[in-house]
Design a protein around this ligand. Structure first.
Ligand SMILES: Cc1cc2nc3c(=O)[nH]c(=O)nc-3n(C[C@H](O)[C@H](O)[C@H](O)COP(=O)(O)OP(=O)(O)OC[C@H]3O[C@@H](n4cnc5c(N)ncnc54)[C@H](O)[C@@H]3O)c2cc1C
Length: 331
């Protein structure tokens, strides 16, 4: 159910709870809240499940379908592991079946008001809410390379599909699952791929069915891998790197810097959520209740882990929904 933005000067719409983020975890939270008889609205700056929309075309999830389910809805797929497209269809059908009120393409900018009477400030207006659930994930802010040329037009921090690159020289920066899968797809689509790895090896955390495939393509010379190598800069001439053997300029028609993502800390600050002084810069929240330093404002899903973006994912983050919803009082 798409909700209308309130026009300027109109009385703000009021809900028991506003969920920020229409990702899998935000949707799980909204349906748990609604099933307890409370009014809820989900606001997203993009499309429904916007992060999944941004994943590579036909990407296969690591999880089997039952581990991605929300609200008890079975996730039927013809595959052992669902594809991105299966998940897009599944989460849309859940949102429609539950008649979840949605405000899409409406970015949240901040949070005003008091506990029990918050005002969620969006780019289109204000929403009054007794409770706020922040499920904003981590996919919107890439870890940009701290080098000249990091934002050049032929550099992307998001990989979609390989077909633009047949016959091109493509440099892939990174050593985890996204970089490994992109390098494999690109070489199979006819690109000349160089993989730049900061550490001494492809990460051991790369899934057990992907890592040997990549290592075998490297061993047979179809993918060139440079280890212990850091990027110095990117220009039209190529990617300048520092290797144990000295500096090199790698030819690059295109560069995929798949160096990970981080939560939007400027948004969390605008919501009044503070951070811990730890390595993960963990947003302050009670790990039992998920309530933040602002009473009645909760975190859910990946955002809970701060810079440790692999701490919470769909499989385990979806369970935050029931924990949070059980604490919201019915008026
Ligand atoms: C390539 C890839 C493959 C993955 N595979 C798996 C897997 O197999 N299994 C698994 O469990 N996990 C997997 N993950 C991790 C998983 O997708 C994320 O952990 C998951 O998306 C977390 O869900 P979420 O709802 O917390 O956040 P997200 O899905 O990221 O949703 C956050 C939402 O918040 C919105 N938002 C952000 N800022 C604002 C704002 N200011 N105003 C309004 N809306 C905002 C975003 O647009 C987005 O829609 C994968 C991740 C990637 C990148």
């Amino acid at each position: 159910m798409l909700e209308n933005a309130n026009s300027a000067g109109a009385t703000p719409a009021a809900y028991d709870a506003v969920v920020i983020g229409a990702g899998p975890v935000g949707l799980a939270c909204a349906l748990e809240v609604q099933r307890r008889g409370l009014t809820v609205c989900v606001v997203d700056k993009g499309a429904l499940v916007n992060s999944v929309v941004g994943y590579p075309t036909n990407m296969e999830f690591f999880s089997t379908p039952e581990l991605l389910e929300i609200g008890g809805y079975p996730f039927p797929t013809a595959h052992y592991k669902p594809l991105r497209e299966d998940a897009l269809d599944y989460y849309r059908r859940v949102a429609v079946s539950e008649k979840l009120p949605l405000r899409l393409y409406e970015r949240v900018l901040g949070l005003e008001g008091q506990p029990g009477a918050y005002e969620v400030v969006t780019e289109k207006g204000r929403l009054v809410a007794r409770y706020v659930i922040v499920a904003t994930g981590f996919f919107d802010v890439p870890n940009r390379l701290p080098v000249p040329g990091a934002d050049a037009p032929h550099v992307s921090y998001y990989y979609k599909e390989p077909y633009l690159h047949m016959g091109q020289s493509v440099v892939v920066i990174g050593a985890k699952n996204s970089a490994a899968k992109a390098a494999l797809q690109l070489v199979r689509a006819g690109a000349h791929v160089t993989l730049v790895v900061r550490g001494a090896a492809v990460s051991e955390s790369v899934k057990y069915w992907i890592r040997p495939d990549l290592l075998n393509r490297i061993a047979e010379g179809r993918i060139k891998a440079l280890y212990n190598t850091t990027v110095l800069g990117i220009s039209a001439a190529g990617v300048a790197v520092s290797t144990p053997e000295g500096e090199l300029l790698l030819p690059a028609d295109y560069v995929y810097a798949l160096t990970g993502y981080r939560p939007d800390y400027s948004l969390l600050e605008a919501l009044g959520v503070s951070f811990q002084d730890d390595a993960a810069r963990t947003p302050t929240h009670n790990p039992e209740t998920f309530e933040t330093n602002r009473p009645g404002v909760f975190l859910a899903g990946t955002v809970c882990g701060g810079l440790n973006t692999s701490r919470w994912f769909i499989e385990n983050g979806r369970h935050h929904a029931a924990v949070i919803a059980s604490q919201l009082g019915v008026k």
